[in-house]
Design a binder for this molecule. Structure first.
Ligand SMILES: Nc1ncnc2c1ncn2[C@@H]1O[C@H](COP(=O)(O)OP(=O)(O)OP(=O)(O)O)[C@@H](O)[C@H]1O
Ligand SMILES: [Mg+2]
Length: 327
């Protein structure tokens, strides 16, 4: 689970009444809308070490956002593009490359809080309740002015189920429709992050204004990452340039882990300094783990299937909606 967590609160604001018909229909009869924890961003842009291209895409996006109010409100785009004020951004790339850190950094630069939410936190075992939780989430973001951050977003942005065979499919498609509507109506910002962008539904891709790729760190980024994570008072006997070349293929998170592993290994062996041998062993171990892992079949969507009776779905969202979804 992410830093943000769903809080049970019977006084949570419910916004189902304020939005379009399909969402009202989808609201379950019982249950209380979820409330999500809002946090202050923990990292700044200066904490993020990325390749030049990723950095300039991030800076472009931040500059772009600065012009939004001018063109939408001042130049009238809010009239011509009522439901297309896209302010969603997507960070995609390998694990541990800084996507979550970047979400914090963007929020920090925009002087806004973050609502960190994973699909597991909004998914409900009752059909309709997931949609209700989504509505509550967007409502809370609107009221608090916070940025919504969907981590592991492929779980929720994956392709629509087109071959309707069970009520679970109805539920999944219903959630997609609700999220699409909410994104069209929301004026605040939403950040998505994923390791599996290939699973995204094109309807969502269209609604996201900027897709930023987080690559594994290049030579220069690795040099900065080692410098960032090796504390100045840690005794070391190392050739930094050698470390930089030995660590090709490691992510920022893995370089950070290597420093901890090497320090512990040197301390356990009662060495006076952390040596290249300690670093080399830690790097080899991580690279070997990655090689073994790449042999495994990659997982697809993180959505798990769950079956519920079709009668229940009809009762919750109505016959008309079920027919629409089955078209
Ligand atoms: N580009 C980076 N710049 C600075 N620190 C980084 C970077 N990438 C990773 N790290 C370090 O690794 C930790 C994990 O990174 P982060 O959570 O941002 O990666 P992620 O891309 O979101 O990973 P995942 O796909 O597994 O969610 C960070 O807290 C930070 O210490
Ligand atoms: Mg992350």
């Amino acid at each position: 689970m992410g830093i943000g967590k769903k809080l049970d609160d019977s006084n949570a604001p419910g916004a189902a009444e304020q939005i379009a018909t399909p969402i009202q229909e989808s609201t379950a009869k019982s249950g209380v809308p979820a409330r999500f924890e809002t946090i202050k961003p923990l990292y700044r842009l200066g904490d993020l070490i990325v390749s030049g291209e990723t950095r300039s895409s991030l800076l472009d996006f931040l500059a772009f956002k600065a012009h939004y109010d001018k063109v939408f409100d001042g130049w009238g785009l809010s009239e011509t593009h009522k439901y297309h004020r896209q302010s969603s951004i997507n960070f995609h790339g390998a694990p541990g490359t800084g996507k979550t850190t970047a979400a914090h950094a963007v929020a920090f630069e925009m002087e806004q809080d973050l609502i960190l939410v994973s699909y597991a936190e909004i998914e409900s075992k009752y059909v309709g309740e997931t949609s209700k939780n989504l509505v509550a989430l967007f409502d809370q973001a609107k009221n608090s002015g916070a940025i919504i951050f969907f981590d592991e977003a492929d779980a929720i942005l994956s392709r629509r189920v087109t071959n309707m065979s069970s009520s679970t499919d109805v539920s999944v498609n219903q959630t997609r429709s609700v999220l699409l509507t909410l994104m069209d109506q929301h004026r605040g910002m939403v950040i998505f992050a994923t390791n599996f962008m290939e699973n995204y539904d094109p309807a969502f891709i269209r609604r996201i204004i900027s897709h930023i790729h987080f690559t594994l760190p290049d030579t220069d980024a690795r040099r900065q990452l080692w410098a960032k994570f090796i504390p100045p008072k840690m005794p070391v006997e190392i050739d930094v340039e050698k470390l930089v070349s030995m660590s090709e293929g490691l992510s920022g998170a893995e370089i950070s882990n290597c420093v901890i592993k090497s320090a512990l290994s040197a301390s356990r062996r009662a060495r006076s300094a952390v040596s290249m041998e300690d670093f080399g062993r830690a790097i080899d171990e991580i690279l070997a783990g990655k090689r073994a892992n790449s042999g495994l079949k990659q997982r697809g969507s993180t959505t798990t299937e769950r079956h519920v009776p079709e009668d229940y779905v009809r009762e919750q969202i109505g016959d008309t909606r079920v027919k629409e979804l089955m078209k």
